[in-house]
Design a protein around this ligand. Structure first.
Ligand code: SAM
Length: 305
């Protein structure tokens, strides 16, 4: 369908005006399709294949290495949950680190918290930030905030090479808003990374990671990731959010605290319902707790060996 030459685009799953997301590794035997109105940009960077298209019904869509990262229509359900679960579970989050997140959506949510004094974003691929400013302006709206600092680097290397010797250098919350475990984000799903996160957090610190999976697809991967996280953090919980453009409509989140007594399932701080309504399209304090409740078969699987 495309007037563009997509021959060199290794993930060009575009046929007859439809984009097809298909991954034999993540979801064998199924695919998600979105109808394309217009291809806005495609480019192979040194890190990944980057595609942005205008869809018929989901607004503009960012795709990396053939996997949908965000769509304008449903992005808030992911950005709000991955941000507000840890921030409302923390007594006083001042310093926040976002690893990945080049679309800016998580930053937009982080700076809604008045306690936050600094939000640092470490993104590997500058093109994602540039394209998001151009084609996803609602997500990229906070890059100019004086509280925000952007570092172009590999998030794993940034944590490895930074020194977090005293509490003042450390973070209150770290959000891993990365792509999936193939390609540049693969280190984020290993024990070493959780060790680096632990060292970069102050004593009340909380981290959250997108798991790249959900309980309908590769739940084994999540169970294993939880085991890995538990080798490092004393308190690890699984939550999920509903996102139609992530295949099978759901994405798992893994949230961990350094203090084993933190109850991550209940927000420590709450806004009045009218503020919640005006600030958030998805998150509220009831949903915070509900997002940890699993169907029987799923909680049996996750909790038992
Ligand atoms: N919400 C999405 C999801 O769950 O699919 C992820 C958002 S997307 C903006 C993830 C970002 O992580 C991308 O911009 C990608 O370039 C970045 N990323 C991948 N590997 C990275 C690494 N090693 N260091 C820093 N950023 C990385």
């Amino acid at each position: 369908m495309s007037p563009f030459d997509l021959d060199n685009f290794s993930h060009s799953l575009i046929e007859n005006g439809w984009f097809r997301e298909q991954s034999d590794l993540h979801f064998p035997g199924q695919a998600l399709q979105l109808k394309i109105k217009k291809i806005l940009h495609y480019e192979k960077t040194q890190f990944q294949d980057v595609l942005v298209f205008q869809s018929e019904t989901y607004g503009n869509v960012l795709v990396l290495d053939g996997i949908i990262q965000v769509s304008e229509r449903d992005e808030f359900s992911y950005q709000e949950m991955i941000t507000h679960l840890p921030l409302f579970s923390h007594p006083n989050p001042k310093k926040v680190l976002v690893i990945g997140g080049g679309d800016g959506g998580v930053l937009r949510e982080v700076i809604k918290h008045q306690s936050v004094q600094q939000a640092i974003l470490v993104e590997i691929d500058e093109l994602v930030i540039e394209l998001s400013k151009k084609f996803l302006p609602n997500m990229a709206s906070s890059f100019n905030s004086p509280k925000v600092k952007v570092i172009l680097d590999d998030g794993f290397k940034y944590l490895k090479n930074s020194s977090f010797l005293n509490e003042s250098n450390k973070f209150d919350v770290i959000i891993t808003d990365s792509s999936d475990p193939e390609g540049p984000a693969q280190e984020f799903f290993k024990e070493n990374y959780f060790n680096l996160l632990y060292n970069a957090l102050n004593k009340n610190g909380i981290v959250i990671s997108q798991t790249s999976e959900n309980f309908w697809l590769n739940f084994k991967f999540i169970k294993n990731l939880k085991k890995i996280a538990l080798k490092v953090f004393p308190n690890v919980e699984f939550s999920y959010t509903c996102v139609p453009t992530y295949t099978s409509g759901q994405l798992g989140l893994l949230i961990c605290s350094k203090d084993k007594n933190f109850n991550l399932k209940v927000p420590l701080r709450k806004l009045p319902p009218s503020d919640e309504l005006s600030l958030f399209k998805y998150y509220n304090s009831d949903l915070h707790t509900a997002s940890f409740v699993l169907p029987n078969w799923a909680s049996n699987y996750l909790e038992n060996n």
